[in-house]
Each structure stands twice: as structure tokens, then as C-alpha cells.
Design a protein around this ligand. Structure first.
Ligand code: NAD
Length: 349
């Protein structure tokens, strides 16, 4: 029985992965949709029994006892839409970034906590099968020395008709604000809490951060991490490299085996929805990931040095060939993986 009635607010690019996941879900079903744009809404007008709304407040008024809502509107609309649903006691699954600023994020977290209403930030990459396989094959007794996450794409290939990604006021910045959260979440998954030690950002003529390298350090232990972001990359490259204290190198290519543009997203969003659905019953569990990622974004902008030299050449990392190790289902947990004891050695870099 698909008992959880879930609405989707924002019917753009990423919504199609949630809608497919809802279609396939054994526990959740689509109850209503909303988009402020008539063109996005029109295919739904004839698709009763799923009612369609232009304003999320209208949807909320008509469906006060929704079991959950998925918020996939542009970044600048997250805070207001999420706050309205949280105030009404409706559990929220919101796309990353949780909000535009860490202050907005803290307000949403406080709203969720005071009412005991789940607020879940969707970090789809932690559900990527190459990432879960990588985590599964890390030996438990060897600390992680270094993690490198690379997130390269050409942002113009990802923008829809509304070019909000290219407007720092609506996006929250550029590659750091938008892709940073997914990359930081992968670092947190492997290392637990981290702090930003330094960063270098390249801006384009329009003031948009296009490239960034961020140095992070594990809050406990000596492990280091680097996040490399590029919004001007010809094509797409998204991977994770882990160097262990014994010198062994482990790699996950998040796009390998998924033919086609955004093809890996189908399986990742099925897992995102499943993770959200586990929060729709049982006791309230806080989800610290969204606010933690926002804090790392804010620290990056605060500490970054602006660089104007040639962009990085993006040498390919040394890594092992892809592994066929089994997928670690337990990775759908909320917090960092218990990968071995606390890291104790500095990165051999
Ligand atoms: N596109 C991706 O690959 C991708 C990947 C991961 C996360 N995300 C995140 O998903 C979110 C949505 O991104 P997208 O690429 O789908 O954007 P999009 O521009 O394709 O779609 C956003 C939709 O929301 C609608 N909308 C805007 N304001 C609204 C409001 N107040 N109420 C109702 N509808 C509203 C727009 O009309 C549009 O149809 C963003 O937070 C983004 O960072 C996107």
C-alpha cells in the first residue's frame, strides 16, 4: 500500500527524477504538483487525479494533511517555500542547497526542530552506486588520509529556460554555492565533520565563480580533503578519490556505466526518495547535512583567495580501475560512514 501522499513543488529539470521515483516507490505516491509557470504545469492539467497548482500556498491549503513535499524550485525560492510547509507541519525533502545562506538554513532547521517536522536535504551523490561501492570496499582498519572530490561540468548545458543558475543572487553564488554542497556532502560522508582551511576561486567577467579548489580538514584526526569545482569544463566529470594511510588509492567515477546526459540521476533519486520516505514515519530525526553544507559554502567564500591565473589543467587522477564490489545499502544512512577508526595520519601528498 503506497500510503505516503507526497506533493512536488517545482516541475523543472530535476523534478522528472522525483516523479519517476514516486511512480516506482512502494511507499509513496504523487498527491499534487505545483509550478508557477503555466507551461510547466500544462501537461498536468489533464492528468487527474493529480491536482496541479500555480502557488504552493494554494496547494497547501487544498492538501493540509499531505505526508510530505519535495521542493525542487530554484535555490532562491527554497527558504520561503520550505518554511511554509514546515510551519504547516508537512515534512520537506528539499533539493540542495538547503537555502541561499547559512542564516536561512538555520531558520529552517529551527522551524523543523520546534515542530518536530522532518526537513531532509537531498544529496543525490551519496546514493550513487559507484560511491556506495567505493565506501564498501574501504578496509575498516585503515584510516583515510585524503579525499578528493571533483565536480566538473559546463553549466550552460544544465540551465533551463529560466537561467537562474547564472545569476549569483538567485543561485547563491556560482559553482561553490550550487555544486559545492554535493561535493562537501561526499567529503562529510567519508570523513565526518570537516572545516575549510583555505580556498581559491576564479570568477568570470560577470562575477560568477566558475572554478574553485577548496582545502578541507577533518574535525577529528588528520585527514585532509580537496574539493575541485569547475563550471567551464567541456563535458562532465564527477569522481571521488580516496587515499588511505597505507598509500592505497580508491576511486569512484560517479558517471561510469550510465550512458546519456544525467543518466546516473535515475537510480540516485530513487534512493533519495526512499531515504526521505523513511523519515515520514517514526520519531523525528534531525538531518544536519543541509546546514553543514551551507556552512562550508559560506566558509569557502569567506576564506577564499581570488585567483586570476590560467584555469587548472585538470590532470587525470591516478586511480584504480572500477570495481564490481557489491553496493553498500547501509550508505543510505544519514551520517558519515563508519569507515575504520579515526584517521590518524596526514595525507601522503
Ligand atoms: N538540474 C540538475 O541537474 C540539478 C541537480 C541537483 C540539484 N538540483 C537542484 O534542484 C533545484 C531545481 O533545479 P532545476 O534544475 O530543476 O531548475 P529548473 O529551473 O529546471 O526548474 C525549477 C522549476 O521551479 C519552478 N518555480 C520557480 N519558482 C517557483 C515557486 N516559487 N513555486 C513553484 N514553482 C516554482 C520554475 O517555473 C521551474 O519549472 C535547484 O535547487 C537545483 O540546485 C538540480
Amino acid at each position: 500500500m503506497r500510503s505516503h501522499a507526497v506533493a512536488v513543488v517545482g516541475l523543472g529539470v530535476i523534478s522528472r527524477y522525483y516523479l519517476a521515483a514516486l511512480e516506482a516507490s512502494p511507499t509513496a505516491r504523487l498527491a499534487a504538483v505545483c509550478d508557477r509557470d503555466d507551461a510547466a504545469l500544462s501537461p498536468w492539467r489533464d492528468r487527474l487525479p493529480v491536482p496541479a497548482y500555480r502557488d504552493h500556498r494554494e496547494l497547501l491549503a487544498a492538501h493540509p494533511s499531505l505526508d510530505g513535499v519535495v521542493v525542487t524550485v530554484p535555490n532562491d525560492a527554497h527558504a520561503a517555500v520550505c518554511a511554509d510547509f514546515l510551519r504547516a507541519g508537512v515534512p520537506v525533502c528539499v533539493e540542495k542547497p538547503l537555502a541561499l545562506t547559512d542564516e536561512q538554513g538555520a531558520e529552517l532547521v529551527a522551524l523543523a526542530e520546534v515542530s518536530g517536522t522532518p526537513l531532509f536535504t537531498a544529496f543525490h551523490r551519496r546514493h550513487n552506486t559507484a560511491v556506495t561501492a567505493l565506501a564498501a570496499r574501504l578496509p575498516s582498519g585503515v584510516p583515510i588520509a585524503r579525499v578528493t572530490v571533483r565536480y566538473f561540468e559546463r553549466i550552460e548545458e544544465h540551465v533551463g529556460p529560466d537561467r537562474w543558475y547564472l545569476d549569483p543572487a538567485r543561485c547563491g553564488g556560482g559553482c561553490v554555492a550550487d555544486n559545492g554542497p554535493n561535493a562537501f556532502d561526499l567529503v562529510r560522508l567519508l570523513l565526518g565533520e570537516v572545516t575549510v582551511e583555505g580556498a581559491r576561486i576564479r570568477y568570470d567577467e560577470a562575477g560568477l565563480d566558475r572554478q574553485a579548489e577548496i582545502d578541507l580538514r577533518a574535525a577529528s584526526g588528520d585527514a585532509r580533503a580537496t574539493v575541485e569545482l569547475d563550471w567551464s569544463y567541456p563535458g562532465e566529470l564527477k569522481d571521488v578519490e580516496v587515499v588511505l594511510a597505507d598509500g592505497s588509492v580508491h576511486h569512484a567515477d560517479m558517471l561510469a556505466g550510465h550512458q546519456g546526459f544525467k543518466a546516473s540521476l535515475w537510480h540516485e533519486y530513487e534512493a533519495v526518495l526512499a531515504a526521505f520516505a523513511t523519515r515520514l514515519s517514526g520519531p523525528f530525526r534531525p538531518d544536519p547535512g543541509g546546514a553543514a553544507a551551507l556552512a562550508l559554502v559560506a566558509a569557502t567564500y569567506r576564506l577564499a583567495r581570488t585567483v586570476s591565473d590560467e584555469p587548472p589543467s585538470h590532470e587525470p587522477p591516478s586511480h584504480e580501475p572500477p570495481s564490481d564490489e557489491p553496493v553498500l545499502e547501509e550508505l543510505l544512512l544519514d551520517e558519515a560512514l563508519p569507515v575504520g577508526p579515526e584517521p590518524t595520519e596526514a595525507a601522503p601528498c
